[in-house]
Design a binder for this molecule. Structure first.
Ligand SMILES: [Zn+2]
Length: 201
């Protein structure tokens, strides 16, 4: 995905400069060279001037977990207490995660789509209050239920997604999720995938 974005941006940059050439607005150093040389030079310059653009809101946030395994930049807020603006959207899905996780999950969704696989999202970041509600509905995981003890869920740090996966999509996630850092880390919950930045390929 980064590669595709990079190439698209380079092409856009080249097109902009070619348009400038066509209207005579190009810089003399470019205009003075031959046709092939001009294109090569434009390409070289576009590449040298290229700088990555964030795909998700605070994507410049480093993908670093602290000693407690908590996103370093979110630790100050507390599990399930993270303000919405400190999280990043997963594209247009309406779901939010820790920014590095959101960026990687967008890449994952694009890769799945390219393989003809559809992955739905049922849940992502979850507040502490919502986790308490879920315990009431689903029971505590350590007691055989399906909800983590409030204050301990990776959803409360924007590090986990609950997915809608058919058989093919589950197979795809098991084969490909980890290269985007998403790992099936909870027995009995094939829908639950958590983000481990150090597992990104
Ligand atoms: Zn989950």
């Amino acid at each position: 995905m980064d590669g595709i974005v990079s190439i698209s941006q380079r092409i856009a940059g080249i097109q902009t400069q070619l348009a400038a050439l066509a209207t005579g607005a190009a810089q003399p150093t470019v205009a003075a060279t031959g046709t092939n040389g001009t294109f090569d030079e434009l390409l070289t310059r576009a590449v040298s001037e290229f700088s990555p653009v964030a795909t998700a809101a605070p994507a410049s946030i480093p993908a670093v977990l602290n000693a407690d395994g908590v996103p370093a930049d979110l630790a100050v807020y507390g599990n399930g207490k993270v303000p919405s603006e400190a999280l990043a959207p997963i594209g247009t899905t309406g779901h939010k995660l820790w920014a590095p996780a959101a960026a990687k999950f967008e890449e994952l969704l694009a890769a799945a789509a390219a393989d003809g696989v559809t992955i739905g999202i049922n849940d992502s970041y979850r507040t502490y209050e919502r986790q308490v509600e879920l315990v009431g509905k689903l029971g505590l995981y350590p007691e055989g239920g399906l909800a983590a003890v409030p204050g301990t869920s990776n959803h409360g740090w924007g590090r986990a997604v609950d997915l809608r996966l058919d058989g093919e999509a589950l197979q795809w996630m098991r084969a490909n999720g980890e290269r985007f850092g998403f790992v099936e880390d909870t027995p009995r919950e094939t829908w639950h995938w958590a983000f481990y930045p150090d597992r990104v390929a």
